[in-house]
Design a protein around this ligand. Structure first.
Ligand SMILES: NC(=O)c1ccc[n+]([C@@H]2O[C@H](COP(=O)([O-])OP(=O)(O)OC[C@H]3O[C@@H](n4cnc5c(N)ncnc54)[C@H](O)[C@@H]3O)[C@@H](O)[C@H]2O)c1
Length: 342
């Protein structure tokens, strides 16, 4: 019997995949059939230091289980490093279908004590890093689309309850970065849709990683069924569902807390589904359909009709095309790793 994985044939780049939620995503995606670029420079929580062994260990674990993965130790905050990650995927696996932007650092302090450097460094990883990797992937995907290649591509961003539902005191930069990622998700969905790219976001909360070890309640015992809702593995199936070609969503933020998955509507939680256990991608594909979502194209078309006189979705797409085809920024990506002008 041939067992089909939900991500068979997909090449996936996951940032911050050496530890915590990203590590679980890398293992899960590989088990679902994806070829994975495990990106992680192995830095401390505050972004200092570095350890190439962190990404290498996850690659070893995946290959020991019969999967395919390569390591990348570049920083998402480094513009050329972000381009190199995309090129690593092309060189190792010949394509790139999915980017999971998961990397983060934290430097928490009260606003009146937060330094300029600490504010900038967190945003550089969380927000600019998400933009940088997405930008280079989008550049590659646009080139492929113009060359006539049609494929489902996906970006899965990572936000946080601290930023969307409950921005936390002492997290000015982290919360602002996470709110920015939700906005970036919608902008990218609106722009990249015409090239076959869906862009969504997971917003985890209460996953037991080094970021949350000091949070009260993190030592809670598993439920009666043995399911541990605090385990960082709870997020991976939701990210994998958003990454799978079976998922029709774009521009959505899905909050994940243990076995509970909800679709956000702006800064509020919408309808939710719950399982006292880990979801499978197939189960999610079936159950998430029940949840109402706001389509970002329909929303914007509605909002602009009065102001600009655009007529519906087709009119909106025409407007987006006219806007985006006006200019081209510099740089492209190639498997050879040589940057070239655009
Ligand atoms: N743990 C939670 O409960 C929780 C809640 C809300 C949101 N999140 C989000 O989930 C994601 C993962 O968090 P986590 O709890 O697993 O954290 P973690 O610290 O366990 O893992 C983050 C990884 O990102 C890597 N990283 C840091 N800077 C990087 C850079 N410049 N380039 C590439 N990689 C870099 C780190 O080395 C680390 O291995 C983050 O985006 C975080 O904001 C987590």
């Amino acid at each position: 019997m041939v067992i089909m994985g939900s991500l068979d044939g997909r090449v996936v780049l996951i940032t911050g995949a050496g530890r915590g939620i990203g590590r679980e995503e890398a293992l899960f995606f590989a088990a679902e059939g994806a070829e994975v670029v495990v990106n992680d420079p192995g830095v401390a929580v505050d972004g200092t230091g570095g350890d190439a062994g962190v990404a290498a260990e996850v690659v070893e674990e995946i290959t020991a289980r019969g999967g395919r993965a390569v390591a990348s130790t570049d920083s998402v905050a480094d513009w050329d490093g972000a381009r190199r990650m995309v090129e690593t995927a092309l060189r190792a696996f010949g394509d790139l279908h999915v980017v999971v932007n998961n990397a983060t650092i934290e430097r928490n302090a009260g606003l009146a004590d937060l330094s300029e450097e600490d504010f900038d460094e967190v945003l550089a990883v969380k927000l600019k890093g998400t933009f940088a990797v997405t930008r280079w992937a989008a550049r590659y995907w646009r080139d492929r689309f113009r060359a006539g290649v049609r494929a489902d591509r996906a970006v899965v961003n990572t936000s946080s309850g601290s930023g969307l539902l409950n921005p936390l005191p002492a997290q000015a930069s982290y919360a602002a970065g996470n709110a920015g990622i939700a906005a970036l998700t919608v902008v990218a969905a609106l722009e990249l849709g015409r090239h076959g790219v869906r862009v969504n976001c997971v917003s985890p909360s209460m996953a037991r990683t080094r970021l949350t070890l000091g949070v009260p309640g993190m030592s809670r015992e598993p439920s009666a069924t043995g399911f541990d809702p605090l385990h960082p593995a709870a997020v991976a199936p939701v990210a994998a569902y958003l990454a799978s070609p079976a998922c029709p969503f774009t521009g959505q933020v899905l909050s994940v807390r243990g076995g509970t998955v909800a679709v956000n509507h702006g800064w509020s939680l919408g309808g939710r589904i719950h399982k006292d256990g880990l979801w499978s991608v197939e189960e999610l594909a079936e159950k998430v359909k029940e949840l109402p979502v706001d389509d970002p194209f329909d929303e914007l078309a509605r909002a602009l009709t009065g102001a600009l006189g655009t007529t519906g979705r087709a009119g909106l797409q025409e407007m987006i095309n006219a806007l985006l085809d006006r200019e081209a920024g510099p740089g492209t990506v190639s498997a050879s790793g040589r940057p070239s002008g655009g």
